[in-house]
Structures are given as C-alpha cells and as structure tokens.
Design a binder for this molecule. Structure first.
Ligand code: BG6
Length: 487
C-alpha cells in the first residue's frame, strides 16, 4: 500500500454511502490503508468538510458490517476526508480540484498516487476521464488509476466507443472495472478451490461433470430504478456481466500461483471458446421472462407492468435463463445453465455442479435421484456443500443424501467492496474485468439483444415468488436435467 489520494466522484450518492465508505472504514480497522491516505469527495452540492465527514460517519453507522463503537478510531478515520464541489462538465472545477489534490499531497511525505473512483452514472464516465486528462489531474507523481463500475456500455458498439474514449486518458493497466460479483469471497474461492484440491482438480472436466447451474435469484422487483431497469433488463443488468463472470471464474483452469495476467488471459480463453448463438435460433437456448403479480414470502406484489414507472406494454426481460456450451477440451459437451431474475422465490446466488453417474441404469429419473453435487453458495449465505449418497439405515434398500459443508459468517468476512478497493489500491487487477472480457461478453450477448429487440423470441411470464417461467425448467428437461433448488 502506498500514499494515495482517493478522488471520489459521486461522494454523496447511494453507492458511496452504502458500500464505499463502509469498505474504506473496515480496511482502516484492519490496518490496510496507508497512513498517508486521503479522500477528496466530489459532488454538485455545496457541502463543508465537516458536514461531509458527518455524512460519512452516518453511513458507517448505517451500513458498516462491523459496528461503529470506538469513537476515537472513527474520528481518526474521518480526518482523511475532505470535500470539493464539482460539476462534471465544468472544466474550471477540475483546476480547483487539482489545487486541492496538490495541497493534500504536500503533506504526504512520499510519492503520492491518485485513484479516481467514478461512483456516478455511466453518462459521466467520458467527460470525467477527458477532464482528468485535460486539467493535468492525470499527471500524478506516482501512479494513477481509474475505478469504474458497470454498466460498461449498452451494447457491443457503445461499449467499444466508451472504451476508446477512456483509453485517451488511461491505459488498460490503469483501468479497474468493478464487477462487484468478482469481489464476493466465494467467487474468489472458485478457481483456487479446484486448483488447490487435487480431488476436485481431477474431476473438473467433461469426463466427470454432467452440468453446471449458475443461479442469481432475487426477491426484489425494480425498486426505485424503473427508468433504468426498463431500458436494460436482466440480460444487460445481470447476465452480460455478473453471470458471465461467474461462468468464467468457474470454467478457468489455472496453473498454480497464477499471476493476474494469467487469470485474465485464461478468462478470455473461456469467453473465446463459448459457442456463439445463432440469432435465428435464440429461442432454442434462451428463455426470456417477465414477472406477473404474485406473492413473496406471503406478501402480495404487483406484476412488472403494474410497477410505478413501467409502461403497460413493456416487453422488458426481468428473467433470463440460457444454455451455454464451451468448446474446449475440458468442457465440450457440458451444458452450463445460467438463470437470473427479479421477484423470484428466494434471494440466492449459487453455483451447482452436478457430477455424472456412470453407474446409473437408465435415463429415467429414479426414486433415489441423489447425484453428487458440489454447491457454492455465494450469497446471502456463503459456503460450500458436497452432496454424497449413502445408504439410509432406517429404510433398507434406500439411499439418502448426506452433506459435507462449511459456512462462513458474513460479519467476519470482508465484503466485496473491501476486497476490490484493497486490490485496486495495491494494483492487483486479478478480480477486475479486463476490456477483453467485457468486449467478448457483449459480443456473445449481442445476438440475444437483437432477438429481444426484434421480439423474435417469446416473452414468457412467471408469477412473482416462483422459480421463473416453466419454460426454463423445460430447457434443462430437454437434456435430461433439472434445476437443483434446495441442494
Ligand atoms: C446489480 C444490479 O449489479 O446487482 C441489481 O444492477 C442487482 O439489479 C444487484 O439487484 C445484485 O447484487 P447482489 O450483490 O445483491 O447479488
């Protein structure tokens, strides 16, 4: 860790309050911030340094995973925070910002570095990056880095345009693209787990694995984000980024002690090996869904089209399920099923790996259909479970499932943003999305976007509080599989 000025655009916004300040605070408590660490918060509103610090403190009390008890340590943490007013389009505001940054750096004592964190809407990425460059803010004495968060574009073309603009101010090595799923502790476990356990390493291929199921189910609806969500849908909001990142993390095969470059290179290889979908036949592999009225945990909720801010005839996808195939020697023939949706029965992000049963007599579903499953629970619970099959001592001739598992307590484990901010400060890009991954993801998704836009794919409905449209079950049934929900 080195002396750093953390320049935060969008300092009074929701993401900053809910995630960024609590993450910095927990890093501070764990002595993971340099002594010379300063934050300059930026926003359009006039706010004094004191009022800004009070706001940061409130956010810690509301959202920190560790309770804020020790006021002396909070006070010492808050000393690092200053505020500057800035309108992203006003060139002169960047000049004033540069003065403030230089002032802060004078007291730092060692070569100061600059991290620009853009916690703002994507429409501001380009003007901010260009103004950083034009104002001289980008000419740091030490390193400079840019942290941005999805969405990286709206489709392939806009993503490419955005990247081109950013590259005028920052090199690829300087850009840290956050996909917060990559910061989740269990996701960071995925490659290491198979790599460091020879038993699993040996089984991690198409000889032993029957299929992989990646689910991110949410119980929430569109919340207050109707304006955004109705133009984005589950495909852009979750699938193109989080879900494909989970797939890459599960499917990569890494040499031991791989460097960040190797990790990203291998992820790129996975994306390159993903079999493209034929736009004329998307329906065969992709299920598009939208929720209708239903109930979540017994509480009635309206259908998507009756949500405030959503048009009555909206064809937006709130659910998507897809079958993907990776054409490489390890995974050829293993279907990867991905599904994600709003207003589903439970909040659960998990990956289930179903192992083959070579001794199974026929393809009929047997009474004791208890395959070996390896389940990664990513959130809200964090843990790993291995399902094995054992004789049921109480029922002669029958079998039962036994589970070997471990779970962690979320209070003790660093949150995604802590992991990611810490890595970005240390210059470790392993768990950030490289441009190649982003571009390849958009390329893969683009035919689906086209098919959705042209409505050449049916929009199936599902009741809020269910597991999604019945057609998503059919997708697996065609291959002789089914979703494992409660394993
Ligand atoms: C965000 C999406 O990226 O991820 C949201 O924009 C979604 O729509 C959220 O709710 C889910 O994140 P998590 O960490 O709660 O699974």
């Amino acid at each position: 860790m080195e002396a750093t000025t953390f320049v935060l655009f969008g300092a009074t916004g929701d993401l900053a309050r809910r995630k960024i300040y609590p993450a910095l605070y927990n890093l501070f408590l764990d002595h993971k911030l340099h002594n010379s660490f300063a934050v300059i918060g930026l926003g359009r509103r006039e706010v004094t340094d004191e009022a800004y610090q009070a706001m940061v403190e409130r956010s810690l009390r509301d959202f920190s995973r560790r309770e804020v008890k020790d006021t002396a340590s909070v006070r010492s943490f808050l000393k690092a925070f200053r505020y500057n007013v800035l309108d992203v389009g006003h060139t002169e505001d960047y000049v004033k910002l540069l003065e403030r940054v230089e002032q802060v750096e004078t007291g730092m004592g060692s070569t100061p570095n600059r991290m620009f964190y853009l916690s703002v809407g994507p429409e501001f990425f380009e003007p901010i990056a260009l103004n950083i460059e034009a104002s001289g803010l980008g000419a740091a004495k030490g390193w400079k880095r840019l942290v941005i968060e999805k969405p990286f574009g709206h489709d392939l073309q806009s993503a490419q345009e955005l990247n081109l603009t950013l590259s005028k101010a920052f090199t690829e090595e300087e850009i840290y693209r956050i996909d917060h799923y990559l910061g989740k502790p269990m996701v960071q476990e995925l490659d290491v787990f198979q790599q460091t356990n020879p038993v699993l390493h040996a089984l991690w291929n198409n000889r032993y694995i029957a299929n992989v199921q990646i689910t991110a189910a949410e119980t929430v609806g569109v919340e207050e984000r109707a304006g955004y969500y109705d133009h984005v849908g589950a495909l852009r909001d979750m699938f193109q980024n989080h879900m494909l990142q989970l797939l890459m993390m599960l499917a990569i095969r890494l040499p031991k002690d791989s460097s960040a470059d190797e990790v990203r290179f291998k992820k790129r290889e996975v994306m390159e090996a993903l079999e493209p979908l034929d736009e004329a036949n998307i329906e065969a592999s992709v299920i598009r869904g939208q929720y209708t009225a239903g109930a979540i945990k017994g509480i009635p909720v309206p259908g998507y089209r009756s949500e405030a801010g959503i048009s009555a005839g909206s064809m937006n996808d709130t659910f998507i399920a897809a079958r993907l195939q990776i054409d490489d020697p390890f995974w050829k023939g293993v279907p990867f099923y991905i599904r994600t949706g709003k207003r589903m029965k439970e909040k659960s992000t998990r990956i289930v790996i179903e192992f083959k049963e070579p001794l199974k007599q026929s393809s009929t579903v047997e009474e004791d259909d208890i395959p070996n499953l390896l389940v990664f629970e990513i959130s809200p619970n964090e843990g790993i479970t291995l399902q094995l099959k054992a004789r049921d001592p109480r029922n002669k001739g029958k079998f039962k499932a036994v589970h070997i598992d471990f779970h962690t307590s979320s209070i003790e484990v660093p949150e995604a943003y802590e992991n990611l901010i810490h890595d970005a400060l240390n210059g470790d890009p392993s768990f950030f999305a490289h441009w190649n991954e982003v571009e390849l993801s958009w390329k893969w998704v683009q035919p689906i976007l086209n098919a959705f836009a042209g409505n050449s794919v049916p929009l199936y409905s599902y009741a809020a509080g269910s597991h999604g449209p019945a057609e998503s079950d059919q997708l697996l049934a065609q291959d002789g599989h089914h979703w494992w929900l409660d394993a």
